[in-house]
Design a protein around this ligand. Structure first.
Ligand SMILES: Nc1ncnc2c1ncn2[C@@H]1O[C@H](COP(=O)(O)OP(=O)(O)OP(=O)(O)O)[C@@H](O)[C@H]1O
Ligand SMILES: [Mg+2]
Length: 225
């Protein structure tokens, strides 16, 4: 379990997160929806340990290995796709299988500079899949993917969550993605001062219900901002 208690964080004396608390149960898939600049990436960085809280604390129990799909993809420019992935897991067959899964096998020898934004995103997703994580943080993982690739990668992530039985925390701007993947969605306002929470039932996991839920999330977002 992850326990976030009275968390606050400042950049340049300005509060970005103020007195935010949340408990994340093991194997939950939580999505966070909120307006641009409200502090979502900052929260993921705090959970990962890349940033330290100004106040309060985050307890991660036995979840020590954190996978992270960054909002800005952090590939090493002078290594090929294969070279980037080998840093995480040096089993060639596993790398090839994951690249097949994300539809990039024919680009295995290319450098990040030779790839499109959507391809780079998929390499980042492949890298996260190859890492043996206890918890996966996903920061807008489907940004810059075309609609068909997005659908495919959503199902890759959904299957990964079901297979690995780990805790996932995803930031997204898309209520439909949130409704499709999550067990719980948080709708947050600036500084995380107001947080609304929507539990998503397994039974809700059918297509037309997803639309109804995403509509509801959209309305909540409008009310909050
Ligand atoms: N390194 C930094 N130094 C100073 N301010 C920062 C830094 N990083 C982020 N901020 C500020 O913190 C606030 C929250 O940023 P954050 O990246 O967490 O937002 P976000 O909710 O992820 O937005 P988006 O949806 O656009 O990605 C913003 O006002 C941003 O300008
Ligand atoms: Mg962000």
């Amino acid at each position: 379990m992850v326990s976030i208690k009275n968390l606050s964080f400042k950049f340049n004396k300005k509060f970005i997160i103020e007195d935010f608390s949340l408990e994340i149960k093991d194997f939950e898939f939580i999505s966070i929806l909120g307006s641009s600049g409200c502090g979502k990436t900052t929260l993921l960085k705090l959970i990962s340990g890349l940033l330290k809280p100004y106040g309060g604390h985050i307890e991660k129990g036995n979840l020590s290995r954190i996978g992270y799909i960054f909002q800005d993809d952090r590939l090493i420019p002078w290594k090929t796709v294969y070279g980037n992935l080998r840093l995480i897991n040096d089993d060639k067959e596993s790398i090839k299988t994951v690249l097949e899964e994300v539809g990039l096998i024919e680009h295995i020898s290319k450098y990040p500079g030779e790839l499109s934004g959507g391809m780079i995103k998929r390499v980042s997703i492949a890298r996260a899949i190859l890492y043996k994580f206890d918890m996966l943080l996903l920061d807008e993982p489907f940004g810059s993917l075309d609609v068909l690739t997005r659908e495919k990668i959503i199902s890759v992530i959904s299957n990964l969550w079901k297979k690995k039985k780990r805790t996932f925390v995803m930031v997204t701007h898309d209520p439909f993605e949130a409704a499709s993947l999550s067990t719980r969605v948080l709708i947050v306002s600036k500084k995380f001062k107001n947080v609304r929470c929507l539990e998503i039932n397994k039974d809700d996991n059918i297509q037309n219900k997803k639309f109804i839920i995403s509509e509801r999330l959209m309305n909540e977002l409008k009310e909050m901002n």
